[in-house]
Design a protein around this ligand. Structure first.
Ligand code: HEM
Length: 403
């Protein structure tokens, strides 16, 4: 099968990911991809099995390891992973996230004001930039980045987000730009580490995510480099994904007025909408592992020790055995927890920030739902690759009263 992660053409509807995925799904729940030289895992049960069996399916050979922090928790499958995860685990539980709702609401409000002002002046608004500002404001607040450096964070975020790894072909000039932004980000976080180290040394309470990770340095396997890599991972993992999701939310609501009407009339449906959108249009369409241990049967195939594995959470969401009429978007689907969408992964490495991500998008959109009825999409661009799904540019306008 001819295969690549490039988008075949321009995207005019967020649901188009279904058409892109269909020929892959037809190959079966598990199949060998010659181009990738690895197994593609597409069936719901099989995807869940790979996520669950973290001793067998490990992540240390991920091609993304060089783009993210090399020693980020996502790339460790041993006790070091657990020690790193434990550092932030309590801060991202639903109770802790709920205590931050007011903060999120305040940050959202400043961004809403900018959107409203432009729309009132009949100007187009590029929402992806707004979402980048919003998510960067949240992350930098949680990481205690000084106000005067937030603009740099936004710039790095925009460059790195716009050049996600699988989207770029060798020789693309944006690779150098991305690498420069990454180097600046690493350099900046290294100086931030020094500042926070002094705070820890002088007995400062561990009141932000940076301080917490710094205080963990010295635990078995947690070196200064490991601390730095995990700070970078937090920055990269938290922003691009949430920004893409926010774009998909807008596109879906504006292209499906019945869904927008449903969540506006009953905001209690908003969480259902978010879960169904992650199933139908997962942000993370592919992630990887390799088979570390013994040969294994999965989905009728024999996987060999050492084989690369491409996990497809978005295709798991389109598995008709689990989700009847999988291509239909159905806000009332509400699968039981055994069959929940896998867009945030599952098991050992399940997204650490998923409750925060849900709270961020809810705090941003709930106050806007009424007025979104007057928005139109002026233009959108989903970038060069479908491996991370969601717009990289999204212009909206106020609907003209004559239409
Ligand atoms: C819509 C937004 C997001 C999506 C779709 C998403 C998706 C994911 C997925 C699929 C994984 C698992 C990858 C794998 O197993 O290979 C993951 C892991 C992770 N995510 Fe997220 N993420 C989002 C937002 C966030 C945010 C806001 C944060 C931080 C505050 C975050 C931090 C992490 C971390 C640290 C991991 C690694 C966890 C581990 O290895 O135990 N993510 N994310």
């Amino acid at each position: 099968m001819d295969f690549n992660f490039s988008l075949p053409g321009s995207v005019t509807d967020g649901s188009q990911i279904g058409e892109i995925l269909a020929p892959i799904r037809e190959q079966g729940p598990v199949f060998w991809n010659d181009t990738l030289q690895g197994w593609m895992i597409c069936g719901y049960d099989e995807v869940k099995t790979v996520f669950k069996r973290h001793r067998e399916f490990q992540n240390g050979r991920s091609p993304q390891r060089s783009a993210f922090g090399y020693d980020a928790m996502l790339f460790h499958d041993t006790g070091l992973h657990n020690r790193l995860r434990a550092v932030w685990a309590n801060e991202v539980l639903p109770q802790a996230v709920n205590q931050r709702l007011e903060l999120l609401g305040r940050i959202a409000k400043t961004r809403h004001a900018i959107v409203r002002e432009k729309l009132a002046a009949d100007e187009a608004v590029e929402l992806v930039a707004v979402f980048q500002d919003y998510t960067t404001d949240i992350t930098t607040t949680l990481m205690d980045v000084p106000d005067q450096r937030r603009a740099d964070f936004k710039r790095w975020n925009a460059i790195i987000s716009g050049t996600s790894q699988l989207a770029l072909l060798p020789g693309d000039p944006r690779i150098a730009q991305r690498d420069e932004a990454r180097a600046e980000l690493f350099g900046f976080l290294a100086t931030e580490m020094e500042r926070h180290k002094q705070m820890v040394a002088s007995g400062s309470p561990l009141s932000n995510l940076t301080l917490m990770m710094i205080a963990a340095e010295g635990q078995e396997g947690i070196t200064g480099q490991v601390v730095l890599d995990n700070l970078v991972n937090l920055f990269l993992g938290a922003l691009d994904t949430t920004v893409r999701w926010m774009g998909s939310i807008v596109v879906h609501l504006l292209q499906n007025p019945d869904v927008l009407a449903a969540v506006t009339c009953d905001p209690g449906l908003f969480p259902d909408f978010l879960e169904e959108l992650q199933r139908h249009q997962s942000v993370v369409q592919v992630t990887t592992r390799h088979l570390e241990t013994e040969d294994m049967e999965l989905g009728g195939q024999t996987l060999r020790k050492g084989d690369m594995i491409y996990i497809m959470p978005g295709l798991a969401g389109r598995d008709g055995e689990i989700f009847p009429e999988p291509n239909r978007f159905d806000i009332a689907r509400r699968p039981d927890s055994e069959k929940s969408q896998l867009g945030f992964g599952f098991g050992f490495h399940q997204c650490l920030g998923m409750h925060l991500a849900r709270a961020e998008v809810t705090a941003f959109f709930k106050p806007l739902l009424e007025e979104m009825r007057d928005w139109d999409i002026a233009s959108m661009d989903y970038g060069a690759s479908w491996s991370l799904w969601g717009p990289v540019a999204l212009n909206i306008r106020r609907r003209s009263t004559s239409s």
